[in-house]
Ligand binder design. Structure first.
Ligand code: MN
Ligand code: MN
Length: 294
């Protein structure tokens, strides 16, 4: 990994951290989801970077993949356990980070469990480490608190313009030959839950990704052109599309999903409806590892 690349990862990480903290400061009962995403994504753009994906806001049993739609009027409730997951790209180099706030004051330990699991995992990162060891440390830490790690969600490599690249970084004990390579960038993201420890798909969560760009229809072509230029293959939200009149954005996006041009992500929820917390940082695997989002 050359100095220039490291510098871009550091820059993306710094902005992601600031944006995450701005978002966390807003989390209180009654605040609108749209206000959270506008503030967080606004900060990223003000800093001259771009979101690598729409800010994910996950409440209670939701683990990931929900972002407000254009006309979303959802607000946070009094007892919500809410996690925000923020991604920033600088020339395609990504910082990916998440944290959870418990507004109920009844799930402090659940929040601590994922944070401590993340810290313990970061402490052992070095080139050559078997990735199964990361899962083991995460599982041990979360189970030590009496909760379950979510087994079918994992951390991942990141590469330029690729949000999920290379090996997955398990959140449970895993028998694998895979090791960390010097010069790799990875995101580590333990999820802790009071529920099943396994997520299932829910309804669509307003997050999309380009699948193929062969399309008919003027509006559809225009939107797809914008998506290719602005987001490439990174996930995006309909509220980011500016090239056609606003009232037509969501119907056009729906058409593109039905035609197979766009993939629509489903919300992921704990199978038993347990509360979920998540903590995440991006780290450059070097002899002296760099946690870019801390
Ligand atoms: Mn993330
Ligand atoms: Mn991630």
């Amino acid at each position: 990994m050359d100095e220039d690349t490291i510098e871009k990862y550091r820059e993306a990480g710094r902005i992601a951290k600031e944006a995450r903290e701005k978002g966390l400061d807003l989390l209180e009962p009654g605040v609108a989801f749209t206000k959270i995403v506008e503030t967080v994504e606004g900060h990223i753009r003000e800093e001259g970077a771009k979101p690598a994906f729409p800010v994910n806001i996950s409440v209670d049993d939701v683990a990931a993949h929900y972002t407000p739609s254009i006309h979303d009027d959802a607000t946070l409730g009094e007892d919500d356990v809410v996690n925000i997951d923020v991604g920033v790209q600088v020339d395609g180099y990504i910082g990916d980070t998440a944290a959870t706030v418990d507004l109920s004051a009844e799930h402090d330990e659940l929040v601590k469990a994922s944070e401590e699991a993340l810290q313990n995992a970061l402490d052992i990162i070095e080139p050559g480490l078997n990735v199964g060891r990361i899962g083991e440390v995460i599982q041990d830490t979360i189970e030590g608190y009496g909760f379950k790690p979510i087994r079918n969600l994992s951390g991942h490599g990141v590469e330029q313009y690729v949000q999920h690249a290379g090996n997955s970084i398990p959140n449970i004990v895993t028998d694998t030959e895979e090791t960390l390579k010097a010069g790799q960038a990875i995101a580590i993201e333990p999820f802790a839950t009071t529920g099943a420890g396994e997520v299932k798909n829910g309804k669509e969560g307003n997050i999309y990704r380009l699948e193929n760009d062969r399309v008919r229809g003027r509006m559809e072509r225009k939107v797809l052109g914008e998506i290719k230029n602005e987001f490439r293959t990174l996930p995006f939200a309909a509220r980011w599309i500016t090239g056609i009149p606003r009232p037509r954005v969501e119907t056009t996006v729906s058409k593109l999903v039905r035609a197979g041009n766009l993939h629509a992500y489903d919300v992921l929820k704990d199978k038993e409806g347990g509360m979920v917390s998540q903590a995440e940082h991006t780290v450059l695997v070097l002899d002296d590892p760099i946690v870019t989002t801390r």
